[in-house]
Ligand binder design. Structure first.
Ligand SMILES: NC(=O)CC[C@H](N)C(=O)O
Length: 359
């Protein structure tokens, strides 16, 4: 019989039903998203995490490659109340352990009380609780994955939309979702995708109209080269960022970031634009946040639930970043116009708050 154990930080072990076999360890997090499991499971931002779905039934509309955000599943393991056969087979074929028949209400409550925590998973014919505890023992804190970029980034630069007539975007791939590239291509941009550790010379060679830092997994302070790129380019080149990208921009320009207790993961996170007073629904997936924007950046949007920064713009530089995922996939498309704003900024057409003040 297939055994399935989940060992939580502190040593508490849960028993469930094994749906995909193997052993794994990672940072235990939850998403409240009720749709979009194909997109979430292929989002590189989940690298080194174990993803719990709080919505009780996952997989009820199948598994379609056209919905994938990258070419593989990124969470180390998946926990749910009920996974369909389609999803279980997919995860088994990807070598990603999965456990269901768990009381995910308890798992979510544990994470909310204790914060995102380490965990170990063991699923298989002969596994024991000790196997899950052994995985837990070896689990590293997220911030200790210091070279996580190498696990999710392209190895070599790739160009998309070479024949497009629009702006030239240098996208630093810290684990970029495919929808970010698609959103730029749909707006006629040429997108040069660079490895997370690209040099200033590499990027300068394509003469970008905008330096765009992608989403990605882990702690922003571990993306030292991307932090350097923003410092080097910001005086002469507009800068944009999504999620990890916002955090990297803040780290570059005198701000700071910190780890949240359990983060924001879901598709109905309300965000208030401080200038217009408008609230939009957003997709989110992050465990770190900007703590202080620093003198060069100003917070322009906040999370309605906890006031954390959701939009940060440049004070004297052309900078626009968002903590949420404007590209949706999954989730609402309320914020797709972010890409129009970024490309307007890149072309110098921007009537943006980031325009330097007159003397
Ligand atoms: N989606 C992302 O880019 C995640 C950003 C970062 N890894 C965090 O957890 O906060």
């Amino acid at each position: 019989m297939t055994e399935a154990y989940v060992a939580l930080e502190g040593g508490h072990v849960l028993e469930g039903r094994g749906r995909a076999s193997g052993t794994a360890r990672g940072e235990l997090v939850f998403t409240t998203a009720y749709t979009g499991y194909e997109e979430s499971l292929t989002d590189p931002s989940y690298e080194e995490q174990v993803l719990t779905f709080s919505y009780p039934l996952i997989g009820n509309y199948g598994v379609r490659e056209e919905r994938f955000e990258s070419d593989r599943v990124h969470p180390r393991a998946v926990l749910a109340k009920e996974l369909t056969e389609d999803v279980a087979e997919w995860l088994e074929s990807e070598g990603v352990p999965a456990v269901d028949h768990l009381d995910t209400r308890d798992v979510v409550t544990d994470i909310r009380d204790g914060g995102a925590m380490k965990c170990g998973i063991a699923v298989g014919e002969d596994v024991t609780e000790e196997d899950a505890l052994a995985e837990l023992e070896q689990c590293k804190a997220m911030s200790d994955h210091t070279d996580i970029g190498t696990q999710v980034s392209v190895d070599e630069p790739v160009v998309h939309g070479e024949d497009n007539d629009g702006e030239t975007v240098a996208l630093i791939d810290c684990g970029a979702k495919g929808s970010i590239i698609d959103s730029l291509l749909e707006r006629d941009a040429t997108v040069h995708v660079f490895p997370y550790n690209a040099t200033v010379d590499d990027v300068a060679a394509v003469e970008p109209d905008v330096l765009f830092i992608s989403n990605g997994p882990g702690d922003p302070v571990n993306f030292e080269q991307a932090i350097t790129l923003v410092e080097e380019f910001v005086e002469d080149t507009p800068v944009a960022g999504i999620c990890l990208g916002q955090q990297i921009v803040a780290e570059s320009l005198g701000g700071s970031t910190e780890k949240m207790d359990f983060g924001h993961r879901g598709v109905n996170q309300p965000v208030l634009d401080l200038e217009s007073g408008q609230v939009v629904m957003t997709t989110q997936n992050h465990g770190y946040t900007v703590a202080e924007p620093g003198d060069h950046l100003e917070v322009t949007q906040i999370n309605v639930n906890d006031d954390t920064p959701e939009g940060i713009d440049g004070v004297e530089y052309d900078v626009i970043t968002r903590q949420y995922h404007p590209e949706a996939n999954p989730g609402p498309e309320d914020t797709l116009d972010f890409f129009d704003d970024v490309l307007a900024m890149a072309s110098g057409r921007a009537d943006s708050r980031a325009v330097p003040a007159d003397d």
